[in-house]
Design a protein. Structure first.
Length: 250
């Protein structure tokens, strides 16, 4: 499934009627269209937030959950990566990230970026999209992957990625309560689940996965000691393949 405004979905980078819950409804429409009674829902990073939300809205339609790089849109998670936290681990990259934003606006970097990504100046929009995308993509692996980072230089990708991600983060997924996802975990505790988290994930730090584990102790919980955020890192991939194999015949 290509999320609204992404990949083959058109129009590219569209922001209207684009919220967490509209995406959940898209997933449910797709399930019905394919004639699937119940399915295993798999998601990583932003996909983990969307998967959790879908399961909380439609628990009777979920056979099992496989989640990695846990993200739930809480303010402290956003502040860690977009204001201060990851910036202390990557000061060189963060210097580039803040450079397009005037000093007076740096107290709220996501909002400053969103103004530029939704503005009328195309040159500014493209520049900010590239810089935003590079900051989000560079730390996704414990070892920098130049092929992943190169996506930030593709204007077609960068504008869609930056606009959509930035707007979601600024508005907290359009949830009234910043801890909406965590607070509804009780609704999915009966669903079989596997949580896989890289110990050195600096995009979605281990603390979020740990908090989810404490609220959902029935789910299997694995930390991968030599991995970061990327699902393609060897240790994480191995755990995820084992998880999909386990639920093959559920």
């Amino acid at each position: 499934m290509d999320q609204r405004g992404c990949g083959k979905s058109t129009p590219l980078a569209e922001l209207k009627e684009h919220t967490t819950l509209t995406l959940v409804e898209d997933m449910e429409l797709l399930r019905k269209h394919l004639g699937i009674e119940k399915w295993v829902v798999f998601g990583g990073s932003w996909g983990s937030a969307l998967s959790l939300t879908y399961a909380e809205e439609y628990p009777s339609r979920v056979k099992a959950l496989i989640l990695t790089g846990i993200f739930t849109l809480r303010r402290k998670e956003l502040a860690w990566f977009l204001q201060e936290g990851a910036s202390m681990l990557f000061p060189d990259l963060f210097k580039d990230f803040v450079e397009p934003i005037p000093e007076a606006e740096r107290g709220d970097l996501p909002s400053a970026y969103l103004r530029r990504l939704t503005g009328d100046d195309e040159e500014v929009k493209i520049r900010c999209a590239r810089v935003w995308s590079k900051w989000l993509l560079a730390p996704t692996s414990s070892i920098f992957d130049d092929q992943v980072i190169a996506h930030a230089e593709d204007d077609h990708f960068a504008v869609a990625y930056a606009r959509i991600v930035c707007q979601f983060l600024v508005y907290g997924g359009w949830f009234k309560n910043p801890s909406h996802i965590m607070d509804k975990v009780e609704k999915i505790r009966h669903i079989p689940g596997i949580i896989v988290q890289g110990h050195y994930d600096v995009v979605c730090p281990l603390r979020t996965a740990w908090d989810l584990h404490k609220r959902w102790p029935e789910a299997e919980f694995y930390t991968v000691p030599d991995s970061g955020h990327g699902a393609r890192e060897k240790g994480i991939t191995g755990r995820l393949v084992a998880a999909t194999d386990k639920f093959r015949k559920i």
